[in-house]
Ligand binder design. Structure first.
Ligand SMILES: CC(C)(COP(=O)(O)OP(=O)(O)OC[C@H]1O[C@@H](n2cnc3c(N)ncnc32)[C@H](O)[C@@H]1OP(=O)(O)O)[C@@H](O)C(=O)NCCC(=O)NCCS
Length: 285
């Protein structure tokens, strides 16, 4: 099969978004899980925004002039994020996914990203095998948590909307936990109005770009994350991602009625700093 790769453009959003929706729906339903995207329009909208954002590198695969898949590299931060990579279910398992992964890896090398990360659907044996073969290591077992907003506050921990003036304090927190900041993403979230911070003892001790699938959060302690999760009105998208190794926070979520929507895996290639502190990754890593 002759696979042609080319950069994506916003004009590809409808077809790539449809394929993205179909690919996730097919694999999720085959395993008895709810699809990541509730409707094709949601996937189309997400991909349209990524295709239009110059901070995302995109690649589209074609076979015989027909689009069969796409992949993305999130270049907003010092560590790059891969995905979503999706291939038309009709032509999966024929090396198209591998080509799309090679393309973003080449881009990451050209742009000198010291490390690349992705989140994998934990039940999907094919993507797990493909990523492992391409050199990605399993770093963290995650669960995607969903439920109604908890409306819980944590004593002495005040949650408020983040502003531009909070950027440096938040970036410092992120560097303390991850060894690098996620300034690009945070700036976008503040501009959008979705980011929150938690203050304790008169200083910022945690922040979230949003508590949801496309957001990340860091905190000095679990109390900071509990305050941020507890204050969220809803958990955007399929849910927020939680490292199960953080047993205390995991149990707190379960005790407060949240449910596991699906298991997931954080994988990385290249530089990886073992996080020190409390964190929630985003689906983009
Ligand atoms: C994941 C996905 C992008 C991969 O694309 P693809 O074109 O189907 O995959 P490829 O054929 O390029 O690669 C699959 C590899 O896994 C191997 N593989 C598949 N199932 C396997 C298994 N159970 N055990 C071991 N290896 C397996 C294949 O042999 C192949 O390896 P190779 O490249 O060395 O031959 C595609 O299947 C998809 O869109 N899935 C649904 C959406 C999704 O889950 N996306 C990823 C989000 S994390």
């Amino acid at each position: 099969m002759d696979i042609k790769l080319r950069p994506g453009t916003p004009a590809d959003a409808d077809i790539c978004g449809r394929i993205c929706y179909d690919a996730f729906k097919t694999i999720s339903e085959a395993h008895g899980f709810a699809p990541d995207f509730p409707a094709p329009e949601v996937a189309i909208d997400v991909l349209r925004r990524m295709l239009a954002n110059p901070k995302f590198y995109s690649v589209v695969a074609e076979v015989d002039g027909r689009i069969v898949g796409s992949n993305f590299l999130d270049e907003r931060n010092r560590i790059a994020g891969v995905g979503p990579v999706t291939v038309d279910p009709a032509v999966q398992n024929r090396a198209i996914g591998r080509s799309l992964m090679d393309a973003v890896q080449e881009r990451a090398s050209e742009r000198n990203f010291p490390g690349v990360r992705l989140i994998q659907a934990g039940f999907h044996t094919r993507s797990l095998s493909l990523y492992a073969k391409l050199g990605y290591d399993v770093r963290e077992h995650l669960v995607c948590m969903q439920g109604s907003g908890l409306g819980i506050s944590v004593e002495g921990h005040v949650v408020r909307k983040a502003t531009k003036a909070d950027l440096e304090n938040c970036n410092r927190l992120c560097r303390n936990v991850h060894g690098h900041d996620r300034a690009g993403e945070l700036k976008e979230a503040i501009a959008k109005g979705s980011a929150t911070v938690v203050e304790h003892d008169g200083r910022i001790t945690g922040y979230a770009t949003v508590i949801g699938f496309f957001g990340h959060a860091v905190g000095e302690t679990n109390k900071d994350l509990k305050a941020l999760i507890g204050a969220a009105k809803e958990f955007a998208g399929p849910g927020f991602l939680l490292p199960t190794r953080n047993g205390e926070l995991f149990r707190w979520c379960l005790t407060n009625g949240l449910r596991i929507a699906q298991p997931m895996t954080l994988m990385s290639k290249g530089l990886y700093n073992e996080p020190s502190g409390a964190f929630l990754p985003s689906i983009l890593y």
